[in-house]
Write a protein that binds this ligand. Structure first.
Ligand SMILES: Cc1cc2nc3c(=O)[nH]c(=O)nc-3n(C[C@H](O)[C@H](O)[C@H](O)COP(=O)(O)OP(=O)(O)OC[C@H]3O[C@@H](n4cnc5c(N)ncnc54)[C@H](O)[C@@H]3O)c2cc1C
Length: 438
């Protein structure tokens, strides 16, 4: 079956304008491009942001990365074979194990977390999206205003060579926690900010594995709770820890070595020559969400819609599921004959996922690391269940898929037609990108 876009869409600059070239915006763009939708992605910065942030994406996100055809590229950057046989552990600061998910707990046919630095993941997504001629990625384009007219939305963008306007049928704000789109839509960011700083460091050269660490561990400790995990086969590790709220940013940075001294395994005192600090960035931790992920022709996804503490790897994992969801709903409306109300369903279901999965799990894991007496942590229900049996651990692991939702189930059912199953790369698509096989 062939579906033709309506004529009005042809006079617009694109069908969907995506704001923000973080992983959420890039994945939204890639999935729309693969369905033949004309999409423009605008990004305020001159290139992709390379600050040290996400590194681990849970199974629900891996499903979507697989579907977009980028999961293997991400694994190739961040993982080596031994990583699949290494447990994720919760430990005390002196390395007593409180709980673990080990390779023996893996359920056949399910996905492991994908490990890949956020910047590298974004670069991979950019590379894939750039292959589609129905896609434009414009850096140095900062959104400044949004006007909604009958049947379209017009964005005003500030560039180093002046102001420019772009029109689209729909706009997706993926412009991060400080989202201009969300603010322009008059949507709040409800919730709270945790008192601690989160300090994210990239560290190389330190032999964590030789000192008994595995590829990922959370340390439970009231003062030094942290995550220490391997980012790539070249020996880069992430050390994310908390700091006292009353420290200035300068004091936080000056205290990095003292924190490493407390948290790192191995001989003490810790020599400053035993590691290289590749990057360090202090962040504030938020548990916040917009009250709605849709207003008129504009939608929100990723951190623009919600934020959570990174202890638990839920932030971008949720953002990736949002990106897939918003892309599927837009494809449904623009290509599959679905009503516009599918976009309300997107907003409703994705917010429900934040409220009932992302927020409680991420905040729960943070509180568990911070507020538990490490010596009594094993008495927590969470660890009692984890330590009770392999079946119990597998049940816990199955929960990781709850974050996803396949919106393609709302597309009309059409009889299966024999057609080329390969991704619809631009050079194979209709030159005007207006005709799409469904
Ligand atoms: C230390 C740390 C560790 C983390 N670890 C994990 C983890 O392991 N797993 C996980 O799932 N999550 C993790 N997270 C969360 C994750 O980093 C975020 O959820 C993720 O960055 C969200 O991606 P995004 O694409 O929605 O937004 P962003 O990555 O913030 O991208 C938004 C983009 O929009 C652009 N932008 C902003 N304003 C404008 C404008 N006006 N016009 C145009 N463009 C604009 C920005 O420049 C940016 O490029 C971590 C976070 C931190 C801080």
């Amino acid at each position: 079956m062939i579906v033709r876009n309506d004529e009005q869409a042809d006079t617009l600059d694109c069908e969907v304008l995506v704001v923000g070239a973080g992983p959420s915006g890039l994945l939204t763009t890639l999935l729309l491009a693969q369905s033949g939708v004309r999409v423009i992605l605008v990004e305020a910065l001159p290139d992709i942001d390379d600050s040290p942030r996400a590194m681990a994406y849970g199974p629900a996100a891996v499903v979507e990365l697989e579907r977009a055809g980028v999961a293997q590229d991400a694994r190739a950057v961040g993982m080596e074979p031994g990583d699949y046989n290494s447990p994720i552990r919760w430990i005390t600061i002196d390395q007593k194990e409180i709980g673990r998910f080990g390779p023996e707990d893996k359920i056949p046919g399910t996905f492991d977390n994908v490990i890949c630095g956020q910047y590298q993941l974004a670069e991979i997504l950019k590379r894939h999206a750039s292959r589609y001629e129905n896609t434009k990625i414009l850096f140095d384009h900062k959104i400044d205003a949004i006007d909604e007219a009958e049947g379209s939305v017009v964005a005003t963008l500030l560039t180093s060579s002046g102001e420019r306007k772009l029109s689209a049928k729909y706009l997706v704000g993926c412009d991060g926690g400080r989202s201009t789109v969300r603010k322009l839509l008059g949507l709040s960011y409800d919730g709270f900010t945790l008192p601690q700083w989160l300090v994210a460091c990239n560290v190389s050269g330190y032999p964590f594995l030789d000192h008994g660490f595995t590829r990922g561990q959370f340390i439970i400790h009231p003062e030094h709770f942290c995550l220490i995990g391997k980012i790539n086969p070249q020996g880069l590790w992430r050390v994310s820890y908390n700091e006292k709220e009353d420290l200035t940013k300068e004091e936080v940075l000056a205290n990095v070595h003292n924190k490493f001294e407390a948290m790192f395994p191995g001989p003490k005192p810790l020599s400053k020559d035993s590691y290289k600090l590749e990057a360090v960035s202090p962040y504030r931790l938020h548990q916040r969400t917009a009250p709605s992920y849709r207003k008129g022709r504009c939608l929100l996804a990723g951190d623009a819609a919600h934020a959570c503490s990174p202890f638990g790897g839920m932030g971008l994992t949720t953002g990736i599921c949002d990106a897939a969801g918003v892309a599927d709903c837009l494809v449904g409306v623009l290509r599959k004959g679905c009503p516009d109300s599918l976009l309300d369903k997107y907003a409703e279901i994705r917010k429900d996922k934040y409220d009932n999965v992302t927020h409680p799990v991420s905040y729960g894991n943070t509180c568990r690391l911070r507020d538990t007496d490490p010596e009594k942590a094993g008495e927590l229900e969470f660890f009692k269940i984890m330590n009770s049996s392999r079946e119990a651990r597998q049940e816990m692991m199955k929960g990781a898929y709850v974050l996803g939702h396949d919106f393609r189930q709302y597309w009309p059912k059409v009889p299966e037609i024999q057609h080329n199953k390969e991704p619809s790369l631009a050079h194979k698509a209709d030159p005007a990108n207006r005709l799409v096989d469904v």
